[in-house]
Design a protein. Sequence first.
Length: 250
Amino acid sequence: MNNTTSQQPKSVLVTGASQGIGEAIARRLAADGFLPVLHCRSQRERTERLAKELAPIVGIEPLRVLQFDVADRAAASAALGADIEKNGVYYGVVCNAGIVADNAFPAMTDDEWDSVLTVNLDGFYNVLRPLVLPMVQARRPGRIITLSSYSGQVGNRGQVNYSAAKAGIIGATKALAIELAKRRITVNCVAPGLIETEMVEPDVMERLLPAIPAQRAGKPEEVAAVISFLLSDDAAYITRQVIAVNGGMS
C-alpha cells in the first residue's frame, strides 16, 4: 500500500496513541506508509518512545507528539491549531481516545457519568471542530474515522454511560459523513467488540467470551487493519458506515 505523495507520506492524527488500540493503529499506519501524528493525554514518555521507534519506518524524524486532554476544548483547539499551522492540514484523523468508568446505573456517580461522556463524546467535537474546516479548505480528499464500541451498538450491562457516549459517536459520525461527502472527505466509524487491551478487566473477559461466536477476544492489530484500509485510497467510496470488529457478536 503506497500512501506517499511526491514529498512525504499522508499525515494522520491518532488520538490516544500511547497504548492499546491507539498504539496498534499508529504502528499499522507507519507500516502502511502513512505519517502518524501521535496524541497522548498523560503518557508522554511512553508516546515519545513509540514515536522514536516508528520514525525510521516512516522515514521522517522526529515523529510529532501532541499532548492535551481531549476533554479540554481550549487545550485541544490550541494544540491542534498550532500543529496544522506549522505542519499543514491532516489527511486523516482517527478519534480513538476514550475512557471507561463502569458501574451499575443505580450506583453510578455523577463523575462516572460526566467524565465518560466528556472524554468520549465531547472529545469528538473538541478534536474534530478545529480540524474539519481546514480539511475542507484544503480541497483534497480526506478521511475521518471514529471509534465506537459494541456497547454503543447494543448496550452493555454496567456501561450505561459508556454505551450512551459510544452510541452518540455513531450518530455524530453518520451526520458528519453526510455533510462532508461531497468534499471527498469520508467519515466512518469502527466499533470494536471485546479486544485484548489494558482497559479490559480479566473478569469482563471471562464473562463475555461465551457470547462471541469466534470464541476468542480480538487483537488491537485487527482493529488497526480495518482503520488502515478505511484511510486508504481503496476506501474512497465508503462513508457513513459503522464497521463492527467483534468476532460475530450481534
